[in-house]
Design a protein around this ligand. Structure first.
Ligand code: C2E
Ligand code: CA
Ligand code: CA
Ligand code: CA
Length: 277
């Protein structure tokens, strides 16, 4: 019964039970998936102005025995809410470091860096630094080739603690990129304080860059900001040559997107960069 004078009335909606049940089932499925090794990392190339592959981003995939390949957009948010992002994210770090070490032993890929997505909750776990250092150590991967992608959501509170963790990892050579930049709510004050190496222009700005003057202006601003803060800038979601040309004309020299390669289980580095005369 509703207390008198209250402002809110809660209607019981039977759909809510279904939603709760479906979420619980998926949570349980993620748990099983972790223990049965149903998760895999895909790799998407990152290229420079000359078209040379300079690195890759690791993107998680779930090979579900019944549902097939599930995209991270469907399970990462639930993994974050349930806390399962901790074991899942730690697996990602270990897998990524193992891959980095394999690449470094092959001539064609020895120079490649690997960017790993780390969710705010994962970064905030007390032993995150130890987990990364252990993964680097046990794989033998070069810390300088590991890049951690954080989003602005890591900055909700206790920024000093975040900065301290970043600095500790940086002292070992690990790099940091700020993902989806411009879509969050971080202030420029934080941006100046964070020990970042790179800003990543979100694909939502890149998509309409040629049609939408606002997106073009935002992109230009991010590139200028990166320059004045001494940070590298990479654009994601680059699908067309025209987008690439425009970004390059604005002084952005690193790209990621379907134009260069989709995420895939194995990297097939082109033997030669075609020469444009
Ligand atoms: P994100 O980090 O912003 O990753 C970029 C997303 O854009 C990826 O989607 C990628 O496949 C997609 N993409 C790449 N190039 C293009 C393009 O040219 N056009 C378009 N339209 N899309 C492109 P994906 O793999 O589905 O991942 C979605 C999100 O899931 C990621 O967004 C990231 O936030 C999260 N995620 C993926 N892997 C991990 C992980 O290992 N840990 C955590 N915490 N999150 C992850
Ligand atoms: Ca990312
Ligand atoms: Ca992104
Ligand atoms: Ca994104």
């Amino acid at each position: 019964a509703k207390a008198e004078g209250g402002d809110h009335i809660c209607f019981f909606n039977p759909d809510m039970l279904n939603i709760i049940a479906a979420r619980a089932a998926m949570e349980n499925d993620i748990r099983i998936g972790i223990s049965e090794q149903q998760f895999a990392l895909f790799y998407q190339p990152q290229v420079n102005s000359a078209g040379k592959w300079i690195g890759a981003e690791a993107l998680i995939r779930w090979r579900h025995p019944e549902k097939g390949m599930i995209s991270p957009a469907e399970f990462i948010p639930l993994a974050e809410e349930s806390g399962l992002i901790i074991p899942l994210g730690n697996w990602v770090i270990h897998e990524a470091c193992a891959q980095l070490q394999i690449w470094s032993s092959q001539a064609a890929s020895a120079h490649m860096t690997l960017a790993v997505n780390v969710s705010a909750k994962q970064f905030r776990q007390a032993d995150f630094v130890d987990i990364v250092l252990t993964a680097l150590d046990s794989s033998g991967a070069d810390p300088r080739k590991l890049k951690i992608e954080l989003t602005e959501s890591v900055l909700v509170d206790n920024v000093e603690e975040i900065i301290a963790k970043m600095q500790l990892l940086k002292s070992h050579g690990v790099c940091f990129s700020l993902d989806d930049f411009g879509t969050g709510y971080s202030s420029l004050t934080y941006l100046k304080k964070l020990p970042l190496d790179q800003l990543k222009i979100d694909q939502s700005f890149v998509r309409d860059i040629l049609m939408n003057p606002n997106d073009a202006a935002i992109t230009r601003t991010i590139i200028g900001l990166g320059k004045s803060l001494g940070l590298a800038v990479i654009a994601e979601g680059v699908e067309t040559e025209a987008q690439r040309t425009f970004l390059q004309s604005q002084d952005c020299h690193a790209f990621q997107g379907y134009l260069f390669g989709k995420p895939s289980a194995t990297l097939n580095i082109p033997h030669k960069t075609p020469l444009t005369v």
